[in-house]
Design a protein around this ligand. Structure first.
Ligand SMILES: Cc1cc2nc3c(=O)[nH]c(=O)nc-3n(C[C@H](O)[C@H](O)[C@H](O)COP(=O)(O)OP(=O)(O)OC[C@H]3O[C@@H](n4cnc5c(N)ncnc54)[C@H](O)[C@@H]3O)c2cc1C
Length: 369
């Protein structure tokens, strides 16, 4: 029975598995424990931006075309208006069912010799290891990857945060051929719905709103264009709900404990950035473990979060503001280049400074739309 390791990862979701793979690639012995069993499902928009796809590839994971769907840009829609842009340099994002992605990452981790303890909740941590009920496993490093309501965060006294702005999300799948190669974001008076094609005959539909009682079926009535696309399509998964929030922690490490993924802070789901962020954090964290320097992880973690946090702030300006949504889309229609640049910023090709200049153009556009 295994009783010691170099790195113990608490939580085997995408962030924990990515952290485990990256640490193993640095030569560490790694154990992952999760209370659930592979493949783990979780409410998610199931879209990876091009930089997320690239980060996944760096971890040695490729998803075949049969089990995913390449989307080539983003479309915003609101009250009959639409604006659309392709990803820069012909890049593609990827829609993939959460369960498919989870199994692929778990298989990659297993192939590297990482030890798994599925259906094994961690019950506590100490300076030199983790507690699994009455059993203890000693570990040099402990990684908390136990999601948005992280207990590791509390155990390590890392739960001080700057702000938390919660919204309610529900997702469901529909069996229908994707009608576009764009990820669509439908803006409305009472929240947003985004649609990700996840295979050649299935789309993932995610609703995000501030109303905990609003469900997809009722919300769709307020988005007639989307409703007509889904008319008659078989519902192919159960509706699953989750909280989504923008939450920035003051610190993400203490002693030999480091947090990653949603346990280390979250960006609103509307950005579609959670997975990409987790994969990028994983690679940085493994390198910091190699040099024994978690102070650098703190710094790099903050740097990685900057762009998604900025995107969340920009996108949430439109949340539940139908007049502003209409004016913004009209302005984007007049100046499609600005929308294109926003997308370039989103996927990390453009710096916020360039966008500030475009922001002035858009501001002018809004005044004159
Ligand atoms: C509605 C919605 C839509 C989203 N859409 C997108 C999107 O389109 N693209 C994108 O990139 N991101 C999206 N996100 C964000 C993305 O889903 C998350 O960032 C991602 O799931 C975080 O992964 P994680 O591994 O940190 O956490 P989780 O996936 O929550 O995994 C945490 C794991 O820890 C385990 N665990 C918890 N406690 C313990 C314990 N004590 N012991 C052992 N195991 C434990 C749990 O069982 C779980 O498996 C969305 C989020 C929401 C809510």
């Amino acid at each position: 029975m295994l009783n010691s390791t170099d790195v113990f990862v608490i939580g085997g979701g995408p962030a924990g598995l990515a952290a485990a793979i990256a640490a193993r690639q640095q030569g560490f012995r790694v154990v992952v424990a999760d209370g659930a069993q592979v493949p783990i499902d979780k409410p998610c928009g199931e879209g990876l931006m091009p930089d997320g796809v690239a980060a996944l590839e760096k971890l040695g994971i490729s998803v075949d075309a049969e089990s995913s769907y390449a989307f080539r840009g983003i479309r915003f829609l609101s009250a009959g208006l639409a604006v659309d842009a392709p990803f820069p340099h012909g890049a593609s994002g990827m829609g993939v069912r959460r369960t498919v992605l989870h199994r692929l990452i778990a298989d990659r981790a297993a192939s590297l010799g990482i030890d798994f303890l599925w259906q094994t909740p961690v019950t506590g941590i100490s300076a030199d290891g983790v507690q699994l009920g009455s059993r203890k496993v000693s570990a040099r490093w402990i990684i908390g990857a136990d999601g948005g309501s992280s207990r590791v965060r509390r155990w390590a006294r890392l739960d001080a945060f700057h702000k938390r702005d919660c919204r309610y999300a529900f997702r469901q799948h529909y069996r229908v051929a994707p009608w576009t190669d764009r990820m669509e974001l439908h803006w409305g008076r009472h929240g947003e719905i985004y649609v990700t094609p996840v295979s050649k005959d299935q789309v993932c539909v995610a609703l995000i709103s501030r109303d905990p009682k609003l469900r997809l079926t009722e919300a769709l009535q307020r988005f007639p264009e989307l409703q007509s696309r889904l008319e008659g399509a078989e519902v192919s998964s159960a509706e699953k709900g989750a909280l989504t929030a923008t939450c920035k922690l003051k610190h993400v490490s203490r002693g030999n404990v480091a947090l990653i993924g949603d346990a280390s802070g979250t960006v609103d789901a509307i950005t579609g950035e959670g997975l990409c962020l987790a994969f990028s954090q994983a690679m940085v964290l493994a390198d910091c473990l190699r040099t024994g320097d978690l102070a650098r992880y703190e710094h790099e973690h903050r740097r990685l979060a900057l762009r998604p946090l900025l995107m969340a702030r920009l996108m949430l300006l439109l949340d539940e503001r139908p007049r502003l949504q209409r004016r913004t889309l009209q302005a984007f229609q007049k100046r499609p280049k600005v929308f294109q640049r926003l997308l370039e910023l989103h996927v990390g090709v453009l710096s916020p400074l360039h966008l500030a200049l475009d922001g002035l153009t858009l501001g002018w556009g809004l005044l004159t739309a």
